[in-house]
Every structure is written in structure tokens, then in C-alpha cells.
Design a binder for this molecule. Structure first.
Ligand SMILES: Nc1nc2c(ncn2[C@@H]2O[C@H](COP(=O)(O)OP(=O)(O)OP(=O)(O)O)[C@@H](O)[C@H]2O)c(=O)[nH]1
Ligand SMILES: [Mg+2]
Length: 285
């Protein structure tokens, strides 16, 4: 068995989480049309006995052109950490963007095996600038969503996987806990149902998660920065929070293979994205 660590980096909304899910053939990480969907480094583990490989694939938050909050800065730090930990870097960029916008970031990739991967070729062709032509990395064009050219991508990755080892047992598919994914399902409901400004300003925390004989009892809190956002998240007569809760409960039941009782609360926590103590509590250090 050969194993390797691959980290997917790239601008927000490039399709990084979509690609991870397609490589793993499961909907591990949440995906949305809104930028900054992913807020943590999340590893998915692909164990393929036919190919004789195990690939630990880390999905990362999107590279931002400028940081607005301390949260943004923490997210950018976590991308650098994921780059340091990797053997192979897959730089994913939508065909409509250009690598020239991220040349500064390439400074951080020295000494790494880098693949430049243009995504969303179902929407058009990439245009190569002079700066891009000078980069001596293999380049490939794919569509993660439509699963175009994924086999060719594997052909580039395969020879770069060199360690004689297996890091994780066959049945482990992520380095994250069930608690983490329940929290993500709640966030996914907010991303899907509410306008961009609100998902950016919320944080979900799981307060208790307890397994009983017939059921999991889970209580979570959605923190938002503003009183008027709290009202929107709750919705008229509690309709929105009920919708978000029902969707997250169904996904959690599938994940945990058991009935789930999910109780959600909404609280205002002003300016949490700039509160280092709150961020620390919530795993951003
Ligand atoms: N047309 C098209 N859309 C795609 C493709 N891959 C991903 N998308 C869409 O692009 C949007 C963003 O996808 P994500 O996978 O959430 O992107 P991301 O890079 O993880 O984004 P962040 O987590 O915010 O950094 C979603 O609406 C996807 O369905 C593709 O190959 N073609
Ligand atoms: Mg993502």
C-alpha cells in the first residue's frame, strides 16, 4: 500500500469541497454556492485497494484576497498549516479566474509537489496568462461537479504517492467527529435557506450530544452577530429554525444510524468573528 497527504487549496467557491466529495464518492463536506462555506481543514480518507493507495485529502477554507475579521485571518493561517502538512498540493481554480491573482500564494508552495487544476470546464475554457505559462507545474482541466477528467487527474496524482504505509484503517473516512458533522449540517441549512450575509455571521456550537438507548439527544446553539438576524433565523412563528432543524436532524439520523432529537437555540454574540477568546473556544487557534 502506498499512502500520501494531498491538500486542496484555492479561492473561495472554486469547488474544493465538491471535488473532495466526488473523490470520496460520498457527501462528506458541505457545499454551497456561497463563498466561505468551508471554515476548517477537513480531511477525507480515500482507501483504494484496487489502486493500492491511501490518500488523505484535506479540504481547506478558500483563499481570500483580503482579511476583514480575525476569523478570516485564522482561516488563512489554517490554509498555510494544511499546506505545510501536505506532500501534494492541488491548487484548484475556476476556469473564469486566473492563477495570476494568486502568485503571492505560490511563494508558500516552494518545495511541494503542486498540481494546478482548473475546475468547472463545463462552463468554459481557461485562458492562460504569461505568468501562468511560466509556472512549471503540471496543469489539468476538470469538472468536479460533472466528474469530467477525474481519471486523468488521478493519473497525475498516483506517481506522487510514495510512502510505503497505510495511515488509517480501511473504514475511517474522515479525521472529524460525528459532532463536527452535525454542526456542519446545521450550518448547511442556514447556507441553503438564508441570504449570504447571514451565513457569514453565524457560528454553530453543539452544547450536548448524548446517546440513549433509542435516540441521540442533541442540543445546539446558533450564534449570530445581530438581533435582526436572530429574528430572521427563527422566522415567523419559528418556521425557519424548524426547517433548518428538520433538515439537519434527517442528515444526522443518516450519519448516526439512529433517531435524533435535535433542539436548536439562537443567541446573539456581537462581533464574535473578532473575539479571540470566543474563536479559541471554538477551535480556531
Ligand atoms: N458548473 C460547475 N459548478 C461547480 C463545479 N464544481 C463545483 N461547482 C459549484 O461551485 C459552488 C461552490 O462549490 P464548493 O465545493 O462549495 O466550493 P469550495 O471551493 O469548497 O468553496 P469554499 O468552501 O467556500 O471555499 C457550488 O455551487 C458547486 O456546485 C463544476 O465543475 N462545474
Ligand atoms: Mg468548501
Amino acid at each position: 500500500m502506498r499512502s500520501g497527504f494531498l491538500t486542496i487549496i484555492g479561492p473561495a467557491n472554486a469547488g474544493k469541497s465538491t471535488l473532495l466529495n466526488k473523490l470520496l464518492k460520498t457527501n462528506l463536506n458541505i457545499v454551497s454556492s456561497k463563498p466561505q462555506t468551508t471554515r476548517n481543514n477537513i480531511a477525507g480518507i480515500l482507501t483504494d485497494h484496487k489502486r493500492g493507495i491511501q490518500l488523505v485529502i484535506t479540504d481547506t477554507p478558500g483563499i481570500l484576497k483580503k482579511n476583514v475579521s480575525i476569523l478570516d485571518a485564522r482561516l488563512q493561517d489554517s490554509i498555510v498549516k494544511a499546506v505545510e502538512d501536505a506532500d501534494i498540493i492541488l491548487f484548484l481554480i475556476p476556469v473564469k479566474d486566473t492563477v495570476s491573482n494568486y502568485l503571492e500564494f505560490f511563494e508558500k508552495l516552494k518545495g511541494k509537489k503542486v498540481i494546478i487544476c482548473f475546475n468547472k470546464i463545463d462552463l468554459g475554457k481557461p485562458s492562460f496568462s504569461e505568468a501562468e505559462k511560466k509556472l512549471e507545474f503540471p496543469m489539468i482541466e476538470i469538472s468536479a461537479l460533472k466528474e469530467l477528467n477525474i481519471d486523468s487527474l488521478f493519473k497525475i496524482i498516483d506517481p506522487l504517492i510514495t510512502d510505503e504505509a497505510q495511515y488509517y484503517p480501511d473504514d475511517v473516512i474522515s479525521d472529524r467527529t460525528e459532532r463536527f458533522f452535525v454542526k456542519e449540517y446545521i450550518r448547511e441549512g442556514i447556507l441553503e435557506n438564508l441570504k449570504e450575509e447571514i451565513p457569514h455571521q453565524i457560528f454553530v456550537d453543539i452544547d450536548t450530544m448524548e446517546e440513549q438507548a433509542e435516540i441521540w439527544r442533541i442540543e445546539g446553539t446558533i450564534y449570530t452577530e445581530r438581533e435582526n438576524h436572530k429574528k430572521i433565523i427563527i422566522g415567523s412563528a419559528g418556521s425557519m429554525i424548524k426547517k433548518i432543524g428538520t433538515e439537519a436532524r434527517k442528515k444526522s439520523e443518516e450519519l448516526l444510524s439512529k433517531k435524533v432529537f435535535l433542539k436548536l437555540e439562537v443567541k446573539v454574540k456581537e462581533n464574535w468573528r473578532n473575539d479571540p477568546i470566543f474563536l479559541k473556544k471554538l477551535e480556531y487557534y
